[in-house]
Design a protein. Structure first.
Length: 373
């Protein structure tokens, strides 16, 4: 008997947002198939995609690498409906569900989510009657379980869960770097979800990959605790060790990352007391690093009128802020903006800040990058 919904689910999920890419920019299907095979061979089964990932190519890749190659009952597939991105209308929002079914060929979704609820968009899901819509699809057998992913404050999460108590789970950004981050409020959101008795799917456990290569002060702490463990393993095991977790999504981008994650998550063991102490030291060290907390989700770039590659610019600036690599940062900035908008091209329209799930003051940060670069 499970103590909470999803307790028996393997604690590593395959996030299909950052799949390997070819030189053309398209998803590398052959490498993706190998990664899916490794994941399935390890006895893992949870795959997560979304209608908006890679303009639909992520869902198409799920069909080619997973759905067309494995029995339907051997895996669980999650996808998401994003009512606030792109052209807004109730009809177009609901159509995403049917398009996702067609793209994936899955027949039904094991987990279906209302995508990226934030302060500026969460009421759209009420206005478009999406909550009722997903419950109707569940009654038809096209959805097994439904919930939502969330990027806002604890008071809004409490409001949503109070209004929609039949949501079965919540997907939250939880990682050791953001646990006490006032902009992400990871701990408080976790506590609200658990107060409402909701199980949690974890997203961004490695914070867009940044915790796979943390600042040197953090690396030193983890090396002293266990020199053989990868830095990513500390982040993923930290999230998976929390109570009430269904699974922890890792957006693996190559076979090497898959192999590393499987090495410690195939037979997952929660962090012990000594390891928890090392993470607390790492959290203290992270507080002294003034990086831009961008996870490269690219939600900000979809509607940028100046086509500014905001995540790539922020990554270049972080090379300087985190690693002190001043010239390397300049070179990365020059490469990112060679055929795109520059940081100084920002017209402060604000669409990026409305879309940003990390609540970054994008306009001010771009001004800083423009002055530096």
């Amino acid at each position: 008997m499970e103590r909470y919904f999803g307790e028996s689910t393997p604690k590593l999920g395959f996030g299909l947002m950052r799949l390997p890419k070819l030189a053309s920019g398209r998803i590398d299907l052959e490498q993706t198939k190998k990664m899916v095979d490794m994941f399935m061979d390890a006895g893992l089964s949870y795959f997560d995609t979304a209608y908006v990932y890679d303009e639909g190519d992520s869902e198409r890749a799920a069909k080619a690498a997973l759905v067309d190659r494995y029995p339907r009952e051997s895996y669980t597939l999650a996808t998401k409906l994003c009512a606030w991105m792109g052209e807004h209308s109730e009809e177009k929002a609901k159509q995403q569900f049917y398009t996702s079914l067609e793209r994936t060929g899955a027949g039904y979704f094991d987990y279906y989510l209302l995508h990226a609820l934030q302060a500026g968009n969460y009421k759209i899901y009420d206005n478009y009657h999406i909550w009722d819509f997903v419950k109707e699809q569940k009654a038809k057998g096209l959805i097994r379980h439904w919930g939502f992913s969330f990027h806002a404050t604890p008071d809004i999460l409490d409001e949503v869960l109070t209004k929609h108590p039949d949501a079965e789970f919540v997907q939250l950004q939880l990682n050791y770097a953001d646990w006490e981050n006032p902009d992400v409020t990871a701990r408080e959101n976790y506590e609200v979800a658990r107060k409402h008795g909701k199980s949690i799917v974890v997203m961004e456990p490695v914070k867009g990959g940044s915790l796979a290569a943390p600042p040197q002060s953090v690396q030193k702490i983890f090396d002293e605790a266990d020199k053989e463990a990868s830095y990513a393993s500390w982040a993923i095991r930290y999230a998976a060790s929390l109570e009430g977790i269904i699974t922890v999504l890792s957006g693996m981008s190559n076979i090497e990352q898959m192999a590393d994650n499987l090495s410690y998550m195939k037979n997952f063991k929660p962090l012990d007391a000594g390891e928890q102490a090392a993470v607390r030291k790492a959290q203290e060290a992270m507080n002294g690093v003034k990086s831009i907390p961008c996870t490269a989700c690219h939600y900000c770039t979809a509607g940028c009128p100046k086509q500014i590659p905001i995540p790539e610019i922020f990554a270049a600036r972080n090379q300087q802020l985190v690693w002190g690599q001043l010239e390397e940062g300049k070179a990365a900035y020059a490469k990112a903006t060679a055929d795109a908008g520059a940081a100084s091209d920002c017209i402060a329209c604000g669409q990026c800040e409305k879309a940003c799930p990390q609540q970054i003051n994008v306009i001010d940060r771009l001004k800083d990058c423009a002055s530096v670069f």
